[in-house]
Ligand binder design. Sequence first.
Ligand code: K1U
Ligand code: ZN
Length: 175
Amino acid sequence: MTVMPILEVPDPRLRVVSKPVETFDDALRTLVADMFETMYDAPGIGLAAIQVGEEKRLLVIDLQEEEDEDGKPIKDPQVFVNPEILETSDEVSTYKEGCLSIPEQFADVERPARCKARWQDEHGETHEAELDGLMATCLQHEIDHLNGVVFTDHLSRLKRDMVLKKLAKMRKAAA
Ligand code: K1U
Ligand code: ZN
């Protein structure tokens, strides 16, 4: 398995609308394994294929919310191929979101609190579920990536400029 480089803003590839996955083969499953390796290494709780330069409607999530008796997170890897949001709640929730493509920056983003989603797994099997909490937030964030949207697009111009200025300052200090 391979840790892949993660694209960062303002890379124009992050603005691409990704294409549906039509072939469920070993190459797809290798990409899924590499995406999990990349996400765990970052570390993060989600990753969309376009963040590693692959224009596919594919994303992975592992919230790692449970711990074993030694306090070690229990892995719960979930694969979403060609995900669709079917319904969203009127109720919204706010979460301080981060993004591996906007490193070390966090901001409050408001989204529907719950959603009903349909997706395929890496073998082409279809699944449907009602999601809430961090899973609903994370899935919506990752589907945004498949549509060329990043979390700062949801912020006011003032807040977006603050996040991007902090990112520029951090990169300058690191250079
Ligand atoms: O898509 C991404 O860039 C990954 C992103 C997912 C996400 C986080 C928060 C709200 C919505 C979506 C991240 O994983 S940022 C890193 C992060 O949140 C985290 C990292 C280590 C432990 C716990 C969380
Ligand atoms: Zn992101």
